[in-house]
Ligand binder design. Structure first.
Ligand code: ZN
Length: 213
């Protein structure tokens, strides 16, 4: 957390200096953290880790996810490694604002499936003093910025980009390559539908697919 403190300069004029890791409790506010990356990069695991840590400290938490994402369970956020935390399915970003009780911490998973209004919702929550932790895919299967996530990255105080391992060469991966030919932007699926690829392997495959079509 950042804050401003007043320091004396040799000129005896008072100046304001920016320091990290100090808390001014009089001006404490909320903030936004975004955890992003490709599929199989551990975004949801990291979200759940942060939420459980906060809950262990006695902080109240709420977790929302888009109700489009029912891969594992409709009222839980479940990571690929089956870590679980209770969540509230929300059809629209406005539902989050309707349902929230403004606890200390709000988690939002699969943010890419929400409408663009989720950016404003996260901002409003943070302005009301909530620590907002958002996880979501930064790019779609074509390697293009995905829905509201780029906007969330822009307004967040803290961004964590996590990586998967390229299944073809072992380098760090940040693309979610779709293995079948569907053109639907939203295609929920697991290892049968997607694989994480590095830039080189993703480009090679995209070129090969273009020459086939
Ligand atoms: Zn690769």
């Amino acid at each position: 957390m950042f804050t401003f403190v007043k320091v004396e300069k040799c000129t005896l004029k008072k100046r304001v200096m920016f320091l990290e890791n100090s808390v001014n409790r009089d001006t404490a506010t909320g903030w936004i953290e975004v955890i992003t990356g490709s599929m199989f990069s551990g975004k949801t695991e990291e979200l759940i880790r942060r939420l459980k840590r906060a809950r262990f400290a006695g902080q109240r938490i709420e977790v929302f996810k888009p109700d489009i994402d029912t891969r594992y369970a409709s009222e839980q956020v479940v990571s690929h490694d089956t870590r679980v935390i209770e969540s509230i399915p929300a059809a629209h970003s406005s539902t989050v604002m309707l349902l929230t009780q403004f606890p200390e911490v709000v988690g939002i998973d699969e943010a890419q499936f929400f409408d663009m209004g989720i950016i404003q919702v996260c901002s409003q929550l943070a302005n009301r003093g909530v620590r907002v932790i958002v996880a979501g895919l930064d790019m779609d299967y074509k390697g293009e910025p995905f829905g509201p996530v780029p906007g969330l990255l822009a307004i967040a105080e803290y961004v964590t980009k996590v990586h998967a391992i390229c299944v073809r060469c072992g380098n760090l991966a940040h693309y979610s390559h779709r293995k079948n030919n569907s053109n639907q932007l939203v295609l929920l699926g697991e290892t049968e539908s997607y694989e994480p690829l590095c830039r080189t392997c993703f480009n090679k495959l995209s070129e090969a697919n273009r020459s086939l079509s």
